[in-house]
Design a protein around this ligand. Structure first.
Ligand code: AHR
Length: 327
């Protein structure tokens, strides 16, 4: 377990002259600091669940990297429930882990349990998703810019609908950072294209099954009025593709589709002509997570955000690229 103290404060005379300092961040260091190695680390990872291909790739990356590096990993699957993630974090605190990795299923409601971790001297690294908590309650965020992903999706949608059209939106888990931010970024771009209208918007909870179910409901309600689908992840998009085919329309042609993640299933859908664009969201965060965990254990300050590098993919070279995809 790590010890926690406050950062050093400037000398009193400097303090009088300097502008108001930023909020002080707690300082963590493990007993083995500054010489901890990966083999010294005991880490807890409070995973969200197994809702998507993306999530499974993230889990594999976290588990496989721990094994390669010799890190002792306590792993928990919350089955997409916030209360299970909170329980897992409390278990990790009781087990005396050195660092906790946490992709919060939703943005709010974490302050109490994060404070408990801080009181126990255990730093939290947010992985994949941000939480809406004061800065001092986590040491770093490793992951994507979800607003930018939404903007990229919006730009591609505008290219696919040069004469405008009606879009339906499959939203991710309600209250989650990717659902909030991907909706926001997409709308930001669409403001420049008033002839593109969001006809309907509903959550499919990031799962293939709900993506299909909600798309069926959209088709029943709006039928041929739908020109395009924006799915906050590939799994919901793939579920929707099935619904569109079963309805008797041609996905990718009668209804153009933009989704997010760039998992292998999306590349296959592009090869099959069913999906028009996938915006990448990188789940292979294991190596960066353990690198940051080791640094914080050794008493080093971490960057507030370790951003992922991501691209946009199209059908024209999907067959070539699918061979190189790791997830
Ligand atoms: O937080 C990342 C999102 O969560 C992915 O886009 C989605 O597939 C997953 O379930």
């Amino acid at each position: 377990m790590l010890g926690v103290t406050s950062c050093t404060t400037p000398a009193a005379d400097e303090e009088a002259a300097a502008p108001a300092p930023a909020a002080e961040l707690p300082y963590y260091a493990a007993d083995c600091a500054p010489n901890c190695t990966y083999e010294d680390l005991k880490v807890g990872y409070a995973q969200i669940g197994a809702e998507s291909e993306w999530r499974n790739a993230n889990t594999s990356s976290i588990k496989e990297t721990a094994e390669q590096l010799g890190v002792e990993l306590l792993f928990s699957d919350a089955q997409q429930k916030q209360e299970n993630q909170i329980k897992a974090i409390r278990t990790f605190i009781a087990e005396g882990v050195d660092v906790i990795g946490h992709p919060p299923v939703v943005e709010t409601g974490w302050e109490t349990v994060y404070q408990e971790a801080a009181n126990a001297g255990i730093p939290i690294i947010l992985v994949d998703r941000r939480a809406d908590v004061p800065e001092e309650l986590y040491v770093s965020y490793i992951g994507s810019d979800f607003v930018e992903e939404g903007r990229k999706a919006g730009r591609e949608m505008a290219k696919l609908l040069p004469d405008g059209g009606n879009v339906v939106e499959l939203v991710g888990t309600v209250g989650s950072a990717p659902a909030n931010d991907r909706a926001k970024g997409f709308r930001e771009i669409l403001e420049e294209y008033p002839e593109i209208v969001i006809l309907d918007s509903q959550s499919g909870d990031f799962t293939r099954a709900l993506g299909k179910e909600v798309m069926e409901a959209f088709l029943k309600k709006h039928g041929d009025e739908i020109d395009a689908l924006y799915a906050h992840n590939d799994d919901m998009g793939i579920g929707a593709i099935q619904a569109i085919s079963e309805y008797g329309l041609d996905p990718g042609t009668d209804i153009v589709i933009v989704s997010i993640d760039a998992v292998r299933g999306a590349f296959q859908a592009m090869i099959d002509g069913d999906l028009n664009v996938t915006v990448e969201c990188n789940p292979l965060l294991g190596p960066q997570f353990y690198e940051m965990a080791l640094k914080t254990a050794n008493g080093e300050e971490l960057p507030r955000w370790v951003p992922s590098e991501e691209s946009v993919y199209f059908p024209d070279n999907a067959a070539e690229i699918i061979e190189t995809r790791l997830y």
